[in-house]
Design a protein around this ligand. Sequence first.
Ligand SMILES: Nc1ncnc2c1ncn2[C@@H]1O[C@H](COP(=O)(O)OP(=O)(O)O)[C@@H](O)[C@H]1O
Ligand SMILES: [Mg+2]
Length: 355
Amino acid sequence: MHIPADWHETTERILGRASERPPTVMVVGAPDVGKSTFCAYLASRLHQAGLATAVADADIGQSSIGPPAAISGGLLSGPIASLAEVPDAVGYFVGAISPVGHLLACTVGTARVVQRLRALGAKAVVVDTSGLVHGSAGRALKEYKADLLQPTDTVVLQRREELAHLVRGWERSASRVHLLNASPAAVARLPGQRRSYRAQRFAAYFATAQPISLSLDRVYLRNTWLHGGKALAPDRLQALSEHVQMPVLYGEQHGEQTLAVVEGWPTASQRRTTLDGAPLTLWSSHRFSRLLCGLLDDQGFLVSMAILHHVDFTAGKLRLLAPPADLSRVRTVYLGRLLLQPNGTELAVLQPGDL
Ligand SMILES: Nc1ncnc2c1ncn2[C@@H]1O[C@H](COP(=O)(O)OP(=O)(O)O)[C@@H](O)[C@H]1O
Ligand SMILES: [Mg+2]
């Protein structure tokens, strides 16, 4: 690791104040400016100075800690050369590989992980973030994240003052702002390299995955309409099957709207139709196949990620693939928006409102 002079100076300034107030350091910048490398250096220095130090990794697309699609963090047990050495002790599921469309989950999740790291004993917390800094989504994400975290220090890595809009606001906040030049040693990654990096991390995560099943009546399905309404009785399913001329496996009532899951592939016009003048929505039972899910505990933290194979409506069970985990802690199954193979191949990205 090459340590530019301004990295060293900034780190010493943060350390100098650490005894007054436990530092929370948010590190921000465009892609490939050296954020994660700087975080590893800073966290190591804080640890060497005797502070219990943790890192939260909020870059869901290019995660260094834990699998992609989640915000993860852990405490250092020694100096590190790279964030990949930080244990994956806490995870908050987002279920997507870009924050766009998932700003709330990314913002709340980062704060929850930082809170948990403090509860685990961290005095200093370094927060690595994604490279999404442009456009209204990037701006909102970074501004609201800073609002929620109230970092003692904000480190901004820039090539050509491209984050001036964010800096202007933060310089008027209580956070100390440290402006650094983009790392001269930083190497840019092409989109294909980013995707294959993610594939590797997903594949490593699911390497030991086994088929598991969870009873639908034991868990809450989050981030979907499915299982949130009043289930239809068998005679109503029979009548619906005749109405849509497709086998209806399951259906439920949401106010005046009906949602039905059918065997097969309804056409676009069949998917949104009406029943006695009220809206009727049809979903293919294949809609859930290969969907990345988060199995969450009673505090909303990840017990494990899983890949949904299918929803077995007859048995009332979710059939999934997951690495070994304590399933008795699972209270919620959070449906993500990425269709994924266990080898890490990304098949499709669903829209936030799709399920
Ligand atoms: N100071 C440095 N010394 C050595 N390699 C670096 C340095 N800064 C960045 N790199 C390399 O450049 C690439 C991008 O850096 P990274 O820290 O991952 O950027 P970011 O997190 O901003 O996307 C990585 O391969 C990293 O190892
Ligand atoms: Mg990074």
